[in-house]
Design a protein around this ligand. Structure first.
Ligand code: 13P
Length: 252
């Protein structure tokens, strides 16, 4: 039985004050349902320690939006999984759409990050998803399959059991255009089947697959009603505590 998982990716938003007030509001708003859902907030790196402290008495995990693939050394500006683990992080996003398409991260880099996150004791959230041109050209299956095969390259089933996958169609991120529950379910089923082919049916049955892309309180329940949608990766709506808590309630 896969427990629902709702994560809020704050992206490059909030400040030292609002990161803490948002985390506290999510903690108090979700306290009565936090046993039924895994909840994570994913603030900008610099606010992680304050947010970890703010949710220390709540059942809320904290994640990082990215992670580097080396553990230490001369890599100016980068942050390792062991550092993130050290300050209380549980999760790390790997290969978020904005890192792939704005910063230029490749599947190979994302693969190293997923492996390093696991080695450092974090649970990676591997993000995949197609561009609008790729969907229009009926390449969604091909694109997502490649991102998953390359992203998990060389990782054993034991390691992949630490991974959560997030399907975030690029055309649905921050656009207000949500994939229909059927469109999302189709890709989620494909991902689960692929994990079964790459590893085994047990892992395919256990791995959590989140949907992300313009998730709102008004569409969360119908997305969560799909058989292979195990949770939601929320951007914009996770910046408003009330909306994020409503989404958590819809998932519970
Ligand atoms: P929005 O919910 O703002 O579309 O962002 C989705 C996302 O990228 C979460 O990682």
């Amino acid at each position: 039985m896969r427990k629902p998982f709702v994560a809020g990716n704050w992206k490059m938003n909030t400040d030292s004050h609002t990161s803490v007030s948002l985390a506290e509001a999510v903690a108090s708003g979700s306290s009565d349902i936090a046993e039924q859902v895994h909840i994570a907030v994913i603030p900008p790196f610099v606010y992680i320690p304050a947010v970890v402290k703010a949710v220390s008495n709540a059942r809320i995990a904290v994640g990082a939006q990215d992670v580097y693939y080396e553990q230490k050394g001369a890599f100016t500006g980068e942050i390792s999984s062991s550092m993130l683990k050290d300050i209380g992080c549980t999760y790390a996003l790997c290969g978020h759409s904005e890192r792939r398409h704005v910063i230029g991260e490749t599947d190979e880099l994302v693969n190293k990050k997923v492996g390093a996150a696991i080695s450092g004791g974090l649970l990676p959230i591997l993000c995949v998803g197609e561009l609008i041109e790729q969907r229009k050209a009926s390449q969604t299956e091909q694109v997502v399959t490649k991102q998953i095969k390359n992203g998990l390259q060389g990782l054993s089933a034991g390691k992949v059991s630490a991974v959560t996958i997030a399907y975030e169609p690029v055309w649905a991120i921050g656009t207000g255009l949500t994939a229909t529950p059927q469109q999302a379910q189709e890709v989620h089923a494909l991902i689960r089947k692929l994990i079964g082919e790459m590893y085994d049916s047990q892992l395919a049955g256990e791995i959590r697959i989140l949907y992300g892309g313009s998730v709102k309180p008004s569409n969360a329940a119908e997305l969560m009603a799909q058989a292979d949608i195990d949770g939601l990766l929320v951007g914009g709506a996770s910046l408003k505590a009330d909306d994020f808590v409503s989404i958590i309630q819809a998932a519970a």
